[in-house]
Design a protein around this ligand. Structure first.
Ligand code: MG
Length: 378
């Protein structure tokens, strides 16, 4: 079996709430997502998706993903999509870095491997752990009262884990954390995610001010060293996210005891193949994970569900159902949240079938080395 053709489609995913805001005054209203189809020479199609959280969150942006896929795709024609380590080595050989560019291609090849073997990806990744997995709900940055009201609203919908977007003015952030904690009950989980937005001294002020609150602190500052300094002065459980961009950082953080939980985003590390390697290491180390991605729709959510659902429940701190945040459902078979929980599909592969009427014409279509690129919006 060989890769015969790689196509990419651009799709807009507007947010149900109209807007998602996080630290540094950043916000997104419509996600610019890229859906990738890897077609084999026997006519099967595997699906992947990459959707950066705008250009200011990580070193990734939507048009960059498409430019990278167009650059990389001609190098992959003729390779076996089921030989995932060989495929990843070929991608790394043809393009240094840019893990987010490679992620959707890798995910699509896992989909093909599942289709060929007749097994869901969750089985190929280690096997289903329990009937379903618990999702967290991200609470967009707003006034303390509005954020607490949203926590209450999503709690009624069945969520029990909440991730507050803080990383703004430290005094307001203290109020945000306290207001949301006040509407929670025993057993609920609250995470204050600063998304690198605090200076080291501001982070220490917030950490001190909420030391009586049952709250996790996530990625307070931009650098690993700043986070480590904050970690040394707080007894709140600590999550690292943005700085954990590969296996070497997991090893380093584990050695430094720098976090109690890490946030594993599939595209941040280059796809399911590399995310699985990190996941397995974390399980062996006893380090819990939030398993998710930088955002996305139905295909991303399916990939997240398969990786999260194959992770031992003890080490899955939380995961997320990104497709319930957006107004467009573009694939049949994608996980649909029930209460605050979701499950991986039992169908072979990822179990998703995109609706071609919603994807439209491909913006990239490459079926021969040095192949062509189509479409107006790259
Ligand atoms: Mg985070």
């Amino acid at each position: 079996m060989k890769i015969a053709r790689i196509r990419a489609y651009q799709i807009d995913l507007p947010l149900v709430e109209g807007r998602y805001a996080w630290s540094g005054g950043n916000s997104v209203s419509v996600f610019d997502s890229t859906v990738v189809a890897v077609e084999s020479d026997d006519g099967r199609i595997g699906w992947g998706e990459i959707c950066p959280l705008g250009p200011a969150y990580l070193p990734a942006y939507a048009a960059g993903a498409r430019a990278g896929i167009a650059e990389l795709a001609p190098h992959l024609l003729g390779l076996d999509p089921c030989a995932l380590d060989v495929l990843n080595a070929a991608m790394d050989g043809a393009m240094r870095g840019h893990p987010y560019v490679k992620s959707a291609i890798d995910i699509a090849c896992w989909d093909l491997l599942g289709q060929v073997s007749g097994l869901p990806v969750v089985t190929l990744l280690g096997g289903r752990s329990g009937p379903d997995v618990m999702c967290y709900r991200a609470i967009s940055q707003d006034t303390p009262a509005k954020m607490a009201a949203r926590v209450k609203h999503y709690r009624r919908e069945g969520y029990r884990k909440f991730q507050l977007k803080v990383g703004g003015d430290p005094d307001v952030d203290i109020d945000r954390i306290r207001a949301s904690a006040a509407v929670l009950s025993r057993g609920d989980v609250l995470v204050a995610d600063a998304n690198t937005g605090w200076t080291q001294h501001a982070a220490l002020r917030v950490a001190s001010a909420v030391r009586d609150v049952d709250v996790y602190l996530e990625q307070p500052c931009p650098t690993y060293e700043q986070c480590l300094a904050v970690r040394a002065h707080t007894d709140r459980p600590f999550v690292l996210d943005e700085v954990i961009d590969g296996l070497d950082m997991v090893v380093r953080a584990a050695g430094d005891r720098a976090a109690d939980v890490i946030n594993l985003k599939i595209s941040k590390v280059g796809g399911l193949t590399k995310a699985r390697q990190i996941r397995d290491l974390c399980v062996s180390l006893g380090l819990a994970m939030t398993i998710e991605d930088t955002w996305g729709g139905d295909v991303t959510t399916a990939a997240i569900a398969h990786l999260a659902h194959s992770t031992p429940a003890r080490y899955l701190f939380s995961t997320t159902d990104f497709n319930s945040y957006v107004t467009v459902a573009f694939a049949d078979g994608a996980p649909r949240r029930v209460g605050g929980r979701m499950a991986a599909s039992s169908s072979p592969g990822l179990g998703v079938t995109p609706k071609m009427t919603l994807l439209g014409a491909p913006v990239i279509d490459i079926s021969r080395p040095g192949g062509r690129r189509t479409g107006a919006r790259a």
